[in-house]
Design a protein around this ligand. Structure first.
Ligand code: ATP
Ligand code: MG
Length: 313
């Protein structure tokens, strides 16, 4: 696993000299200037083929949606073409990406799953970035878990809509699928459509509660429906440096998952929770904030990890 410490920002040698350039302050200042002037931002490596990543944890409120949209925005800011699939009837990812998902008659992930509307007809561009796209969810999706039960190939509907050829044709580098807090048919569809699972884990009491169940479900999908599926990434979220507990949880998670855990940890920050209320990602809402910086770091780590062949095969 690469360190998040300035891995991209140091591609350009600092005129100020090695000693200053190696300090965390210099790295943070450089990141801030790149965020504030997106045109000047360095680019991240494109994966050899589109990476489809399911963001899942059946535990509610652990930062799935926040991580999906902010990682997506971080990747898009660095020149990658990114699609977010909002697979949660709550529609929080659509909201955070500034997509109007309540307008009557819009095509959404529901139509893609049940009426076989092609991906191209359900996509909207996020006002946040010209490289950032979303298939929104609508409240109709709330009925989909039940409606899907009786349809043909009910577990592979999303994969059929998102096959490699379609993604390559549309030039996507990353697809992030934001799952609802359950292990029902919607989440199974996400696991069948993806090669990778990213699990956000909140640095809180009972952080690993339910993760065993999630891993067993992933193994089941891998055994029966999608042999390529694997947990590629763990992201620690809502870290509060004031509590000892947060450090204990982080250490425990690293003990379990080793180098799958990104070295970047997302801090708890009010700004992060405010951003979706303005229909924005934290990277747009407050580019210089700790939350924005950490999601940019995490996006960079994710992209550099993806440059390693074994994670994307
Ligand atoms: P659900 O299971 O309901 O889909 P989720 O796992 O998608 O939830 P989020 O919606 O991303 O979780 O986050 C839960 C709440 O915590 C939201 O109100 C969000 O704004 C807030 N939140 C997420 N990350 C942070 C953070 N780093 N600091 C502070 N608040 C956060
Ligand atoms: Mg969510």
């Amino acid at each position: 696993m690469q360190s998040n410490d300035g891995a991209v920002s140091r591609e350009t040698p600092s005129p100020i000299g090695e000693s200053y350039a190696d300090t965390p302050i210099a790295a943070a200042a450089e990141r801030a200037s790149q965020v504030l002037t997106p045109g000047a931002a360095g680019t991240l490596p494109r994966p050899p083929r589109p990476r489809v990543i399911t963001v899942a944890n059946q535990k509610g409120g652990v930062g799935k949606t926040t991580s999906a949209v902010n990682l997506a925005a971080g990747l898009a800011l660095r020149g990658l073409r990114v699609l977010v699939i909002d697979l949660d009837p709550q529609g929080n990812a659509s909201t955070a990406l500034g997509i109007d998902h309540r307008a009557p008659g819009i095509n959404s992930v529901y139509e893609m799953l049940l009426d076989e509307v092609p991906l191209r007809d359900a996509i909207q561009r996020s006002p946040a970035n010209e490289n950032l796209f979303c298939v929104p969810s609508t409240l109709d999706l709330a009925g989909a878990e039940i409606e899907l039960v009786s349809v043909v190939a009910r577990e592979s509907r999303l994969r059929n809509a998102l096959n490699d050829d379609v993604l390559a044709e549309m030039g996507f580098d990353y697809v992030l699928i934001d799952c609802p807090p359950s292990l029902g048919l919607l989440t199974v569809n996400a696991m069948v459509a993806a090669r990778e699972v990213l699990i956000p884990i909140q640095c809180e009491y009972y952080a690993l509660e339910g993760v065993g169940q999630l891993l067993r479900n992933i193994e089941m999908v891998q055994a029966h429906l999608n042999p390529q599926l694997h947990v590629s990434t763990i992201l620690l979220t809502m870290y509060d440096a004031r509590t000892k507990l947060a450090d204990q949880v982080a250490a425990e998670v690293r003990g379990h998952f080793g180098d799958k855990v990104l070295s970047t940890i997302i801090p708890r920050s009010v700004k992060v929770s405010e951003a979706p209320g303005f229909g924005m990602t934290i990277i747009d809402y407050d580019p210089g904030s700790r939350g924005s910086m950490s999601y940019l770091d995490a996006a960079r780590e994710l992209a550099l990890q993806g440059a390693r062949k074994d994670d994307v095969q």
